[in-house]
Unconditional design. Sequence first.
Length: 382
Amino acid sequence: MSDVLTLMDEWGPERVVCVSDSRTGMRGVLVIDNTARGMGKGGMRMSASLTVAEVARLARVMTYKWAGVDLFFGGAKAGIMADPGAPDREAILRAFVRALSQEIPRQYVAGLDMGLTERDAAIVQDELADRGAAVGTPHVLGGMPYDELGVTGFGVAEAADAAARHAGTSLRGARVVVQGFGAVGHAAARRLAELGATVVAVSTAHGALHDPDGLDVARLLELRAEAGDAVVKEYGGGGRVLEVGAELLVPADVLVPAALQDVIDADIAANVRARIVVEGANLPTGPAAQRVLAARGVTVVPDFVANAGGVVAAGFAMDARYSAFRPEPGAVFAAVSAKMRENTETVLAAARAQGTTTHEAALALAQRRVREAMELKGRLRR
């Protein structure tokens, strides 16, 4: 218990609920970080290496992400310690949501994160017999399938375009590296290509694919649908396969880390050759790396600004949970584009004016909004 207590500070978490099930071997946790601006909302992940500290850290990111885009929900995150490829994954998932039936959906509404799909969101709804228990369900069930639509990756690309414009340049013809070619990375690459960028490298768990003259994004997307992460090996001529991580250091104008957290440390930051870094993944850099990048004049769009497109879409989905009508994708994409561009410009301008890193500027903005809500609700000591 003392380990959980060390996670708590002035912002939260307000509630940490650990659950288990002997029959399935399920172990999991729900962290509701801060609800001053609304009920807990955040993704649910499944990972064999999951920790409570990891989920708490991500719940805090959600607190700041909702506040950063100025939408009225609170930060939360849920996680199941299990192999997403396990044959009994559905039984484990059902056991987890049953164990949290007192919290879902009154205090927390599930979304999708690493290791889970739209079908899993449908299973959450089914297990609790409540359409309001989860968002991100398949289109056939009236949901907003974020991964299928590529909403988050689309927003990352919009943020990249805004950052390039802020820097006085353009994405058209810019060389871009996308680390990770999953739900976020592939959608970001698609939109970046539409905006005129040249994608020179992508990576998956199988390796990194690099071609300084540019990769055929349309072909990569087709191969991904057939081969999954093996796309980098199936691509064939015109690209060279590198070790995972090497893509972070290839010559480029824009780097989009859209894979895992903590992939860019201070040493890597000192050698990144891109002039703009747009954080598609959650927590891909730490404070030390952020300071190194800032000192080198590298423009960084923080994660809870750059990848908040899914949060904007979730806002629409939350409103439509019990509706007979689906959210309109066109309206969602328009809102994501507007929010990503506006927030990117606001944060980059604030960092320049204040002489801080972009993460510090974004954090100050989000914390101010959360603190104001806490003060209005009498949650702070006078």
